[in-house]
Design a protein around this ligand. Structure first.
Ligand code: G4P
Length: 522
């Protein structure tokens, strides 16, 4: 099979949701379709204590949450499906955001009883900004939830995207009768614990289904569907692929009900790997030269081996184990011999991969988040990964000054992994770390102790507003604790303003100093 045919088979996506909306349950059902697991309840043993895929860290087990992202792949109906798992916990959004740079589409799961929740909005904003197509699954229809039209309205208003219900629920909770599948023109009947059954639209009125069609709940929903047919948006696959319209599916991941219809339609419609922008040009996925970028680095996945794995999204060409590639940042040639792909819980050696695939490569400490690897003679780098504004900052020191060496090594590696962002006080050279959420600090502290044997002390300097300065406009005399002058990893100067008020005061006082907001997402 040629590269082009291989690329066309790939569907690489992430599932995003607020914690508890049903992401794990949905993932399990998809893995069942892919014959990767034999029974549900094996992905995460949240309460049952069973085996958990991403249980690599003690802190994760203690909290019962998934704080790291993992990758699963399987064959389904002639497609090669790559699912990138994302942590649902809101404190870990930085990692989640970066994972979104490696996918071609996302599935957003919304709990019908709750509607859109804070976490969904944040993640959604990133998808929208990057133009990633979004498929929506409204879950838990077996429970009493919010009115379907209200849910659709909320998605349109809060997320500013057109919705097109591919199917529409008839009743919910105890009155749940099934879904009216507008796309396949059939009614999918909910039979409780039994398998769902399908009635083509043209058979609905032939007299065999009067117990259904004369049910007041059914008639009420038909009225709403008519309204949608008349006043709703037209379905447009082009708008879906541009990220301007989201196809909406209703169902229950737990039952499962509507999951098969959803997934079959999803794999048919979801985009295959898209061309990717580099600093020079646009690279087509079927370009014969291999290239890809690193979106995640994870250390110590296996505590016995102390290994570091860099996750690479293949963007073009064919990856073959043992091949030589160049690291664009340094121009260094690297032989990729220790490579893995991830199948639910196990890791296998990967021999070949194509655009859309995610491979894990052994990292002796040479890679950074955002690095590009290329096979061809011409070096280029994929667009930089977005940096996310840390929402809180802490000054960090080692409890024991004798441990300075391990302290520096630990921080350096965790910064490379993207686990935290590092800033240096100027001219004091104190170390300040930034993170999106509190849990990130706890993990940082835990890992410094367990992996680098250093106890660290953290002193909060609160939430800050970072703004970058031009080099020739830096005058250290005008800064203090309130408006703190620091340097970033690239030695660029920035100011951490204490609050909005301090920022505005500074702008008034020094109108000539240009303040730059480098963060893409705010
Ligand atoms: P998450 O990964 O998004 O955090 O959610 P998860 O799948 O773990 O689901 C959260 C809870 O919602 C689980 O219940 C799960 O069984 C339930 N759930 C998921 N999908 C549906 C659905 O379609 N209908 C109903 N009624 N419930 C659903 P739990 O009691 O918190 O955990 P567990 O003991 O069942 O694992």
């Amino acid at each position: 099979m040629g590269i082009q045919d291989e690329v066309k088979k790939r569907k690489t996506f992430a599932i995003i949701s607020h914690p508890d909306a049903g992401k794990t349950t949905m993932t399990e059902k998809l893995l069942l379709f892919g014959n990767l697991i034999r029974s549900a309840g094996t992905v995460k043993g949240k309460k049952s204590g069973k085996f958990a895929t991403s249980d690599w860290m003690e802190i994760e087990k203690q909290r019962g949450i998934s704080v790291t992202s993992s990758v699963m792949n399987f064959e389904y109906m002639g497609h090669k499906v790559n699912i990138l798992d994302t942590p649902g916990h809101e404190d870990f959004s930085e990692d989640t955001y970066r994972t979104l740079t490696a996918v071609d589409s996302v599935v957003m799961i919304i709990d019908a009883t709750k509607g859109i929740e804070a976490q969904t909005i944040k993640l959604f904003k990133v998808c929208k900004m990057r133009g990633i197509p979004i498929f929506t699954f409204i879950n838990k229809l077996d429970r009493e939830g919010r009115e379907p039209l209200d849910l659709l309205d909320q998605i349109e208003e809060v997320l500013e995207i057109e919705t097109y219900p591919m199917n529409y629920p008839v009743g919910m909770g105890k009155r749940f009768l099934g879904i009216y599948d507008r796309y396949h023109k059939q009614f999918v009947k909910y039979n409780g614990n039994e398998d769902e059954s399908y009635i083509p639209f043209d058979e609905l009125d032939n007299g065999d289904y009067t117990s259904l069609t004369e049910n007041p709940t059914y008639q009420e929903s038909m009225g709403e569907i008519e309204l949608l047919n008349e006043a709703g948006d037209q379905f447009s696959i082009d708008r879906v692929l541009e990220g301007e319209q989201t196809p909406v599916f209703f169902g229950s991941a737990l039952a499962p009900f509507g999951v098969q219809t959803f997934f079959d339609t999803f794999v048919e419609m979801a985009p295959t790997p898209v061309p990717r922008r580099t600093t020079e040009e646009v690279v087509q996925p079927d370009n014969p030269d291999f290239s890809g970028f690193i979106f995640k680095i994870q250390a110590n996945m296996n505590p016995q081996h102390r290994d570091r794995i860099a996750f690479l999204r293949v963007c073009s060409g064919k990856f073959e184990r043992g091949m030589n590639v160049q690291l664009a940042r340094t121009g260094k040639t690297i032989k990729l011999s220790q490579t893995q792909q991830f199948v639910a819980s196990s890791r296998d050696t990967v021999e070949e991969a194509f655009a859309g695939d995610i491979i894990g490569i052994y990292d002796p400490g040479s890679y950074r988040i955002g690095d590009t690897l290329v096979e061809g003679k011409q070096l280029f780098e994929y667009d930089e990964l977005p940096q996310f504004p840390p929402e809180m900052f802490q000054r960090v020191t080692a409890k024991n000054v004798m441990k300075a060496k391990q302290f520096r090594k630990g921080i350096e590696q965790l910064v490379q992994e993207g686990a935290i962002q590092l800033f240096r006080g100027y001219p004091t050279d104190s170390m300040i770390i930034g993170a999106v959420g509190q849990l990130q600090y706890e993990v940082f502290q835990y890992r410094m102790k367990n992996e680098y044997n250093v106890e660290v002390m953290l002193e909060s300097i609160g939430e800050r507003i970072p703004r970058w300065l031009k080099k020739d406009q830096v005058d250290p005399r005008v800064f203090d604790e309130r408006n703190m002058l620091v340097k970033d990893r690239e030695d660029e100067f920035l100011v951490l303003f204490k609050n909005d008020f301090a920022l505005r005061w500074f702008i008034d006082k020094y109108p000539d100093v240009e303040l730059i907001d480098l963060y893409e997402v705010n």
